[in-house]
Design a protein around this ligand. Structure first.
Ligand code: PHE
Length: 345
């Protein structure tokens, strides 16, 4: 009787096959579970005669082994497939791919500015962030008592030195000086870089920011050249129809000096919070290089003239991307940075 059962179940086990986790589990419960067939058979086995036990014992153990082996093999076979089906996943679907990194909004803007000016023949030049008084101030015609030299604006590092006190540069105009000292006109260069000012950090000010300086020195360079160059730049960067206006201003190193506004790109000149309802936003300082500066750098100011301009590119990026808090640029919050993945690439 018991032998018949075993023979019958042996066939069933041998014939059994599945790729389905549910079915496999049912198989386990049916044969190997605590209330399963094997348990029943072993219970029945206790009641058989001692002679029968001898032959049946071996058969029974083999039968149990068979069920266990079957279960193990099916469990192991193509485990990934079983797991996949179990979790309701379709493993034949293509993978999700790698996340592409994003460019920093300031890097995007800097690159776009460099691209625009390179079409006009401007090359990129760089200089040190740790500067001496001569390159950051004196050569640029800053009078001795000028407030910008004050501790309030400048991070001083060391007193004295061959070219005066050592400080973190407060503007990229220092690179103008280095360039003019090192070479001969004509110069047509763009000088991007980080600058430092001792200011309290807020949404509108930071102790460091980024500038792009421009310098053009040659024979017969005029204010008209400056205006046309900057006008072209604005049309390229913000689109045709963006208005510009120049307001007289003062910088020690340019004469005459001006500040340039553009029609607010956020409200299109209608008036909004960003432009303080004026319709205009200031984006840069500029002017004709002061003859004193040319002479300080060993350039004949009777023969050569030039223009220079400088802009903070956080401001340019604010207008481009409508970013209201300066601090976002340096906090490295991936949620912020990720947004610029596709823009301007
Ligand atoms: N260096 C000036 C600043 O930091 C900007 C500027 C550059 C103005 C060149 C005129 C010419 O504000």
């Amino acid at each position: 009787m018991l032998q018949d059962k075993i023979t019958q179940y042996t066939t069933e086990i041998n014939d059994f096959s599945t790729e389905n986790v549910e079915e496999l589990e049912q198989f386990r419960i049916k044969f190997l579970g605590t209330k399963g067939i094997i348990k029943d058979i072993f219970d029945e086995f206790k009641a058989v005669s001692p002679e029968e036990k001898k032959t049946l014992g071996k058969v029974l153990n083999e039968f149990k082994q068979l069920a266990e082996n079957k279960y193990q093999t099916l469990k192991e076979q193509d485990k990934s497939e079983l797991i996949g089906k179990d979790a309701g996943l379709d493993l034949t679907l293509p993978g999700s791919g790698f996340e592409v990194g994003a460019r920093h909004p300031l890097a995007l803007v800097r690159r776009e500015i460099v691209d625009i000016f390179s079409k006009l023949g401007f090359v990129v030049a760089e200089g040190p962030e740790i500067e001496d008084d001569w390159h950051n101030f004196s050569a640029l015609n800053f009078p001795e008592e000028h407030p910008a030299r004050d501790m309030q604006d400048t991070f001083f590092i060391k007193k004295g030195g061959e070219h005066g006190d050592i400080a973190l540069r407060t503007h990229t105009s220092s690179v103008q000086v280095r360039m003019m000292e090192a070479g001969k006109p004509p110069f047509r260069a763009l000088m991007p870089g980080r600058v430092y000012r001792n200011e309290a950090i807020s949404a509108r000010a930071h102790c460091f920011f980024h500038q792009v300086e421009g310098l053009y020195v040659d024979e017969n360079v005029s204010f008209a050249d400056l205006k046309q160059t900057l006008f072209y730049f604005v049309q390229e960067l913000y689109g045709e129809g963006t208005k510009v206006r120049f307001r007289p201003s003062y910088f020690p190193f340019t004469e005459p000096s001006a500040e340039m506004d553009i029609s607010c790109t956020i409200c299109k000149g209608e008036g909004c919070q960003f432009c303080k309802f004026s319709g205009w936003v200031e984006i840069l300082g500029c002017g004709m290089v002061d003859p004193n500066v040319l002479e300080n750098c060993g350039i004949d100011s009777k023969k050569y003239s030039g223009f220079a301009f400088g802009m903070g590119i956080e401001r340019i990026a604010n207008l481009k991307f409508v970013i209201k808090d300066l601090r976002l640029f340096s906090e490295n919050d991936a949620r912020f940075l990720k947004q610029y993945k596709t823009s301007l690439i």
